[in-house]
Design a protein around this ligand. Structure first.
Ligand SMILES: Nc1ncnc2c1ncn2[C@@H]1O[C@H](COP(=O)(O)OP(=O)(O)O)[C@@H](O)[C@H]1O
Ligand SMILES: [Mg+2]
Length: 218
């Protein structure tokens, strides 16, 4: 479902992706790890079509993410490392999401409630004024409610307290078997039970790609 072939991407003359090749299958749940600056975020942003590669190819469900961006993003839920500075209030945001992704505000509310985020109480609050943890919970709720076949989380639990992390983990346990997920994380112990594959990146290369048998996955 995601095929990356010989991806090269440089920023200011430095290779951030150095000939990366990777195949992600239906149902793969991946922990993507590696030190800061390894190229993890650049890799997922290239998969999302936010960057153009210098060379190489990416296909998501058969589509090129730069040429068919809308088609590709239709089926991906992405939680960025830093929440975007959205000016809309929650009510407007939910309306926007429900129109663009055909998911009902109620479904998002239900998912949010599972992480103890009360949306109804905060409808008129602008998104950017929410606390870091609330933003993250709302973005997670939207991502899960969208029912995409690919989920990508870039360090999603960084802003969450331990209890919220556990609830997030429980939500992910309920993901459909066919859904593919990529979790960029430094906290492998948090998602260990959720993944069937661990990928390590360093200096723009994949240095390890390990399959793990996990009874809860697949
Ligand atoms: N938009 C950008 N412009 C310039 N340099 C960037 C940009 N995005 C990432 N980089 C650089 O690319 C390298 C890899 O970054 P990144 O993919 O964010 O690593 P990771 O997510 O593994 O910490 C870093 O050295 C970073 O400074
Ligand atoms: Mg990163």
């Amino acid at each position: 479902m995601i095929v990356v072939k010989n991806a090269v991407k440089s920023f200011m003359g430095v290779k951030v992706l150095d000939n990366v090749s990777l195949k992600i299958n239906y149902g793969d749940k991946i922990a993507l790890m590696g030190p800061n600056g390894a190229g993890k975020t650049t890799l997922v942003r290239s998969i999302l079509g936010f960057y153009h590669l210098d060379s190489g190819d990416i296909e998501v469900n058969g589509f090129n993410p730069n040429k068919h961006r809308t088609k590709v993003l239709e089926n991906i839920s992405f939680i960025p490392q830093t929440p975007p500075p959205i000016k809309l209030n929650i009510e407007e945001l939910l309306e926007y999401v429900s129109k663009s992704s055909k998911v009902s505000p109620q479904t998002i509310e239900e998912e949010a409630r599972k992480m103890d985020l009360n949306i109804k109480k905060n409808l008129k609050k602008p998104f950017f004024k929410l606390s870091g943890g609330m933003k993250q919970k709302l973005l997670i709720a939207i991502a899960i409610a969208k029912n995409s076949n690919i989920l990508i989380f870039d360090e999603p639990t960084a802003n969450l307290d331990p209890k919220a992390r556990e609830k997030f983990y429980n939500l992910l346990k309920e993901l459909d078997k066919k859904t593919s997920a990529i979790y960029i994380t430094h906290r492998i112990e948090e998602i260990e039970g959720l993944v069937n594959r661990k990928i390590y990146m360093d200096l723009g290369k994949i240095v390890e790609d390990e399959k793990i048998v996990n009874q809860d996955v697949k």
